[in-house]
Design a protein around this ligand. Sequence first.
Ligand code: PLP
Length: 328
Amino acid sequence: MSVMEQSHRGKRFIAMAARTEADLRELAAIPDDYAVLFLQGGATQHFAQIPMNLAGEGDGADYIVNGHWGAKAASEAAPYVRVNVAADSKADDYRRLPPRAEWKLDPRAAYVHYTPNETIHGVQHHDIPDVGEVPLVADMSSDILSAPLDVRRYGLIYAGAQKNIGPSGLVLMIVRRDLLARATRPMAKIFRYAEQAANDSMLNTPNTWGWYLAGLTFQWLKAQGGLAAMAERNRVKAERLYAAIDGSGGYYRNAIDLAARSRMNVPFTLHDNALDAPFLAESEAAGLIALKGHKALGGMRASLYNAVPLEAVDALVAFMRDFAARHG
Ligand code: PLP
């Protein structure tokens, strides 16, 4: 029987789930006063569920918007909490982070939400922002487990699994247990994180396949040397690609503020967008797939998630040099 055919109440599944949680706790040094939840609905569902659980009626929450997903998180939260966009870099086309000194935080906010890595725009916070006593909530969908995690700095971390963990649909959440008591408004049990925590994330049939694959990923991460080793690998991968872009004499360009460049997602443009179609066709023929940029931005985007080896980056860099030489 595969994991999908087994009951999630059976001892084999329960043992797999316990090992998966223990491996993650070890990898990310998660303290005991934080619950680990394996939820469903994608990160998008939790854009709404987080305010339902962390904010009471009439409360406000601060949102730092430095890209597409942060903006979406703020708009999806709006039915459930008074959203204060405390900082927004849209006027800069999200090419830099809003400077911390300009954030208009409300000390009475229920929480501060931010997106450490913006997947589409390719901007990343390389430091955890200090927001005082207010719980910090992070959508780590596209950078979770790419580097060591300082869990204590956060109230709640969540991530859609599909980049660095496993199949889509599964959502990993790490939440300080005391925050679970905040959900006082009427809502169905299935939406209440405290219920999920009390039921080992098995209030209903969980995403058993996704959970199992997440467990295999955590075992693989441990075998690679853990999150510090992944961080070093990811640093080298990103440096190599940015060096190729910056050293191309303007043939390729990444317009993101140097201090905010993402190690996970590297958007770049060619000096003449008439070359986009041949670049995509030839790169695909060379076995380099999924380089087309998001439709909102155009151009190209190379994602360097944990599963991408250094050899793949080297192959891309070699292709880019060759393409530039051939197309002048
Ligand atoms: N947040 C970030 C940073 C993302 O990159 C994505 C995209 O996958 C999402 C949220 C949305 O995730 P999901 O499709 O799992 O709802």
